[in-house]
Design a binder for this molecule. Structure first.
Ligand SMILES: Cc1cc2nc3c(=O)[nH]c(=O)nc-3n(C[C@H](O)[C@H](O)[C@H](O)COP(=O)(O)O)c2cc1C
Length: 371
């Protein structure tokens, strides 16, 4: 029996299979609102059979914006633009997931294809940058203003307000983005966080911001809906897998259901833009260790492109969910094609009837390639 196509119940939600579309920024929102391209992008994965589809990193406030094209969720227009997308995903039998984020000191960035470097301009031309400490991400990046305790309270309130809006917009899974060198990761990091108050110094203090956001979000995110948290399990800048295990245990105690195990983004611009050759499933060991040591469910991500490989990861108990990123850009119907290649679907009956009727008829007539 296929593990990849075994449903998974998390709290009151049942994912129809273990295939998740990983959050992928499109950098083309208009005033923070989803566009027709977001609709096409996200809903095609639902038509394509994935069980859970995450939006890209969606910002809780203006100061947290990465680029001008970021998706945002702090006003009613943002909610209205997302609603048709969640509705279409649900009608297709999939679950819509929202990833919330704040860029912190990595705010004000060019789009990848425009250089991926820092935008040049003043706070007035662009937007102010805040972070745990007044240390820039790197050469050319804005030096952030160190957040006061009031700023911390205010940003937590923004997360809460966006969480409420995510419910309103129809999302049924929420992911807190605690990875890739963004604000939450900056607080976790001994490199980016040099504070001397209760939010800096010891590991316990550096975890505080992540845990306070999680508690505040969990308090307003409905009890029956699952909460995910994305970590950079290691970051080549002082954050180690042992730290992630401790964080995961603390998150589990606060009602997080799944740890999404990514890596990097603190020392580098992006975990995927480094251009290095990486092995398939290079981050699976992180999902395996967190799952094994804490008992929490995990999601594996990173160069998992073959259905057999995904099946093996789940079968060996190394993760509970498989996230697909770039391969889904190449093939938005990855899940349906996986079902056929694994022998889970012998015909097209699991496909939308608008397609299935024609494809089955073509197959019966012997006019299709056997895939
Ligand atoms: C175009 C693109 C945009 C991305 N945007 C996000 C994002 O918004 N939030 C996030 O957590 N990760 C983001 N990532 C990372 C992916 O979610 C995923 O972790 C990474 O691509 C590795 O998986 P893959 O090898 O299957 O692509 C992005 C990746 C790509 C390719």
């Amino acid at each position: 029996m296929s593990r990849l196509f075994t449903p998974l119940t998390l709290r009151g939600i049942t994912l129809p299979n273990r295939i998740v579309i990983s959050p992928m920024a499109l950098y083309c929102a208009e005033d923070g609102c989803a566009t027709p391209f977001h609709f096409t992008h996200l809903t095609s994965f639902a038509t394509g059979g994935a069980g859970l589809i995450f939006t890209e990193s969606t910002k809780v406030e203006r100061r947290g914006m990465g680029s001008f094209g970021d998706l945002c969720l702090w006003n009613d227009a943002h909610v209205e633009a997302l609603r048709p997308i969640t509705r279409a995903i649900k009608l297709a039998g999939a679950i819509a997931g929202m990833q919330l984020n704040h860029s912190g000191r990595k705010a004000r960035s060019q789009r990848p294809w425009e250089g991926f470097g820092p935008l040049q301009g003043s706070d007035e031309d662009l937007w102010p940058v805040i972070a745990p400490s007044a240390i820039s991400h790197g050469e050319g990046w804005a030096t952030p203003r160190e957040m006061t305790i009031e700023d911390i309270r205010e940003v937590i309130d923004m997360w809460v307000a966006s969480t409420r809006r995510a419910v309103d917009a129809g999302f049924e899974v929420l992911e807190i983005h605690g990875a890739h060198g963004y604000l939450i990761h900056q607080f976790l990091s001994p490199k980016a966080n040099q504070r001397t108050d209760q939010y800096g110094g010891s590991l316990e203090n550096r975890l505080r911001f992540a845990l306070e956001i999680t508690e505040a979000v969990r308090a307003v995110w409905p009890e029956h809906l699952p909460l995910f948290f994305r970590v950079s399990a290691t970051d080549a800048a002082g954050w180690e897998l042992d730290d992630t295990v401790k964080l995961a245990a603390a998150l589990r105690a606060r009602g997080v259901d799944v740890i999404d195990c990514s890596s990097g983004g603190m020392a580098t611009r992006s975990p995927t833009a480094s251009g290095q050759t990486l092995a398939p499933g290079y981050q699976v060991p992180y999902a395996e260790r967190v799952r094994h040591d804490t008992g929490i469910s995990t999601m594996a991500v990173g160069l998992i492109t073959e259905p057999d490989h995904a099946e093996e990861i789940l079968g060996e108990g190394r993760a509970d969910l498989i996230a697909i990123g770039r391969e889904a850009l190449y093939d938005p119907f990855w899940a349906r094609h996986a079902a056929r290649s694994l022998g889970v679907e012998k015909d097209f009956s699991g496909w939308p009837v608008q397609y299935a009727w024609w494809l089955n008829r073509r197959a019966r007539a012997g006019n299709s390639i056997a895939r």
